[in-house]
Design a protein around this ligand. Sequence first.
Ligand code: ATP
Length: 863
Amino acid sequence: MTHNDRKKTTDLKNGLSSAEVASSREQCGNNILQEAKRESIWKKIFIQLTEITSLILLFAVFLSAYMALSFDGGWTKPIVIGSIVVLNVMIGLYQEHSAEKSLAALRDLSEPTAQVIRDGTSQRIAISDVVVGDVVTLNAGDQVPADGALKQVKGLTIDEAILTGESEPVEKTTKTPETAPVSIGDQVDKAFSGTLVTQGSGIMIVSAIGMKTEIGKIADLLNTTKKHKTALQQRLSRLSLIMTFIAIASGVLIFFLSTLHDLGSPIDNLMIGVSLAVAAVPETLPVIVTISLSVGVQKMAQRNAIIRRLNSVETIGSVDIIASDKTGTLTQNEMAITRLWSFSNEKPENIESGQALSDSAVELMRLFALDTNAIINGKHAEGDATELAIIRLLQQHQLSRAHFEKDAPRINERPFSSEKKTMATFHKLNNGHFLLIVKGALDKLPINLSKADNKKLSRIHDEFANDALRVLGVAYREFDDQPQEPLESLEVELTFAGIIGLIDPPRPEAKKAVTQAKEAGIKTIMITGDHKVTARAIASQIGIYQDGDLAVSGSDLSKWNDQMLAERIDKASVFARVSPEDKIRIVKAWQQKGKVVAMTGDGVNDAPALKAADVGIAMGVTGTEVAKGASDLILTDDNFATIIEAVSSGRTIYQNVLKAIEFLVSVNFAQIFLMVGSVLFGWGVPLIAEQLLLINVLADGIPGFYLSREPGEKRAMQQPPIPSDQSIFSNGVGMRMFTRSAIYTVLTLTIYALGRFLLTDNNSPVGATMLFLTLALGSMIDIYPIKVRGPLTWSSIRSNSTLNIALLVAACIILAVALIPPLQSSFGLVKLTGLQWVISLLAMFIPTILLEINKKIHLRLSK
Ligand code: ATP
């Protein structure tokens, strides 16, 4: 059976059976676009080997092998350096692999879904599971999962820009065009994979999936787009380029200096130069960012925040403004009707559980019931929270929509839209008349009331809204005969019937999250489709709105030009009845003030605002695929508190990168100063190539790598956001690096001199062994004062167990090399006396102690 034969067999109501799905999948495969070919392991090794460090190391291997062959210099050197090359490549491959793995897992998490009918039931499945022959229901906000023929449409329009470049959405029909279509845009009776439903709904039968779809045909093109480096990755690449230059220059310098001072054979000197270059090249630096980003992104996913673009991890840490939706994000979206008012009554009535509804209340609820689409079937609930509240109240009083529809079957409807904020239904009454019902936001209902009634209505509305109730009004109009005009044009001069008030309590964690945001220098603003008074009441409960703030409505906003908006936006903490266009204006107004803005959204129309924001955040539960596709971050629990967690993770990642830089770069500089200084003092080169390389691999690379798994510090969320363009070396980082370099330079030169001239009579191997131990172990343990910005405590030392284990292993290797005779000699070390051991081991704590004292002084000064 081919792709084409399959589609004939599907029945629209029941869709495919499980057996048919399985057989279709067997024949046509999975609905995936082939990804760009994965790099083979050999290619990865090749890439690792052609990195600058590996190249320099390989040069050293060849040089020492040449010496072994030509001058019988012994094979230890080439073997040791060769092993270091292998170790380096292995560490590089492991790091790359772990980064790739977590990013791939993330891609799976953010895979879009589609609604299909199978075995007679409607279900949501991952797009990759869609098969040829599937019946797919398309709704506004969906991503079309495959190519297919449309069988039913209701005002369906689809944005096909991804295929055609045409930004105007195309109106779809089920009729085949009379003239054979030439382009994709002309095929109005088909829907194509990857395109986006902007309005209406439809049903299609899948005719092609995966690489057979139109988008599959251009998938190669999509695959060739290069991986873009994030801003931080770019900055670090630049930094490591500069460091590499300095490293090579110092290698060359040490070669010339030692040759000038006639300290060894030119080949020995070359070897030292090469090793110094290798030791000082910060090869781990760019990898550290990638690892930190991917580890951080994985942690964020576990906490319900799925990052879609790596760049946003960095941006989210510097967010100044979070503009959040109210319903469902700051509130629970569990609505309940607590009060209602029939216009025929003088006063509103409270809904108490267990108490019967008054007749007027039942009459009011009849209108609401008829104009509602939500369904509750046992535990299964379908529909938006507002409507579910209506259905629940009816159920509590043994009423139902079906009950009322017996006398007034629905013959037409205009669905709820966020733009209109109302919904309309049209009914045929048993007496032969017709009834139009419109429910929705009170200020959007087309009703005509006397001045006095209007005043009363707005007083009661405000009473409801000030108690944080969402208010929904209902109005109607009767017709003797069936009107010919479209529904929308009938929605005028309606008779007002009454209102209901719904509570939607704030999420319990929202208030704390808003406070945390404030402490972290972030302003939270509420953006909602709800009424200003309701929104303000909830905003003040959560701590977003304070006395003196502005609550702005969409109509206020439309009267303000950009300049007025810019002047007032600092004071505005609530924006109510806003349109998607308003959202963009709010984002832009803040951005023009140089602020980094995060904005949430869920609907199709939110996509442009999500794109305009620095961090677009889509709702995972209630959000449309379109919103998710336009976002940088998806909240799988729709929860505001998750955004704050994501900010905290973003800041932790940035801080960990800074810590890694501080850790790696300062000792690299110290090694350069040590070598050059020693030669200038006329002591020759204190460390040989193998020693330098071992320190570099074990004491730098491994601890630096595990620094990326460092948990966040509380302090990070008690400080204002760091501007994304701020220099890496600001905030004392540069100064601390200088201090650490200086400490190590002085310490290592002193230890060397002590071992060589004071404790022995010019025994340079003893000096070198003591120096080796102090430098290797000292630069490992002083990761502790670096990894915590606050004072070092026992619990912060224990907080990162992977780092502790890595350090322990690395320290054991260093000790083994210094103690076990064959290893000792391979690395040019000698046996030390007890006193020499004690001095070296005590000296290794000096940098940690000094760094900690330095930190304490700075912390006290900054207070
Ligand atoms: P937020 O933007 O905070 O998430 P929201 O998305 O709930 O709020 P909308 O859905 O645009 O905002 O709702 C705005 C208004 O529309 C509500 O205040 C209510 O008056 C009205 N409304 C909401 N749902 C319905 C519905 N199903 N039928 C009729 N009117 C509705």
